[in-house]
Design a protein around this ligand. Structure first.
Ligand code: AMP
Ligand code: FE
Ligand code: FE
Ligand code: ZN
Length: 276
């Protein structure tokens, strides 16, 4: 039987609504052999999913999703197989979490200038214990009646470059990729079809990018084929996943994008041992 993996799943440790239990239940229902947990700026969801996965024969790979900001676009980098044992990594992630809290306060202030009034408490209640972000803010805006849908929230207010947008801690391409490599992981460009700026790829490769997420919910067949060709041309690994945010973006996507397990084996072969 062919084994399949979904290598892009969020938990409620960032902006998915799913607990580790729910992630594993959905992965089982979809007969996945392996999954990777890729929360924004957090690895807190990895351990609980590894433990639950072991109990039912699902392999859980560690991962993270980091954001690089260019003047004109956001670039997401996935860090597969990073090792949570590094103190410097935990310290760095804690700083980012703390900044994310400040950032929410700043965005709320900007929103009030756009006549959308919510409190920080509203947002933190939605976020729970997770790495707080714009998807939580968007949900709080919907709950308060300030907007009707996620798309309104992002398009008019908090999407990249919109009036109430505030950047996260700024990672340069080199910072994000080095952080993954130094943690023993494999840096992979997330959903390149969303950023739509292939001209940035060579720079990322020069800093050590090792793969691209060819298969993704937002990549139709034309983009999949295109990024298969890009990966082959640049000698990069191919990965893929659903980018499931639980019910955070409407419906559970786990297993709707899946890749053959051979690609997971190639990814594992590319992992390093990191730096203290
Ligand atoms: P943050 O890490 O706080 O900047 O939030 C990133 C989250 O917001 C990710 O889950 C993205 O998928 C989501 N997001 C960013 N831009 C948009 C958009 N235009 N529409 C819907 N979701 C978005
Ligand atoms: Fe997200
Ligand atoms: Fe992303
Ligand atoms: Zn994601």
């Amino acid at each position: 039987m062919t084994k399949f993996a979904d290598l892009h799943i969020h938990t409620y440790y960032s902006d998915s609504t799913f607990s580790p239990e729910e992630v594993i239940d959905h992965a089982r229902a979809k007969d996945l052999s392996a999954i990777a947990i890729c929360d924004h700026d957090s690895i807190d969801g990895v351990e609980p999913c590894v433990t639950l996965g072991k109990a039912c024969g699902i392999e859980v790979l560690s991962g993270i999703e980091l954001t690089i900001e260019k003047p004109d676009v956001e670039i997401h980098i996935l860090g597969y197989l990073i090792d949570g044992k590094f103190d410097w990594l935990r310290k760095r992630l804690k700083e980012i979490q703390e900044y994310r809290i400040k950032r929410i306060h700043k965005m709320i202030e900007k929103l009030s200038a756009q006549n959308v009034f919510i409190t920080a408490e509203d947002v933190f209640k939605v976020a729970g214990k997770g790495s707080v972000g714009r998807l939580h803010l968007a949900r709080a805006m919907i709950n308060s009646g300030g907007v009707k849908t996620f798309w309104d929230a992002f398009d008019k207010y908090i999407g990249f470059g919109k009036p109430s947008y505030v950047p996260n801690i700024r990672f340069t391409p080199q910072d994000a990729i080095s952080m993954v490599l130094d943690a023993g992981g494999v840096p992979v460009l997330a959903h390149p079809g969303i950023m739509n700026r292939d001209d940035y790829i060579p720079e990322l490769v020069s800093y050590g990018l090792k793969g691209i997420e060819v298969y993704h919910t937002d990549h139709g067949s034309v983009k999949r084929k295109h990024y298969e060709e890009v990966a082959a041309r640049l000698g990069l690994l191919m990965t893929g996943g659903s980018d499931c945010h639980g019910m955070g973006k409407g419906r559970a996507l786990i297993g709707t994008v899946k890749i053959p397990y051979e690609l997971v084996e190639k990814l594992k072969a590319a992992a390093g041992s990191g730096k203290q």
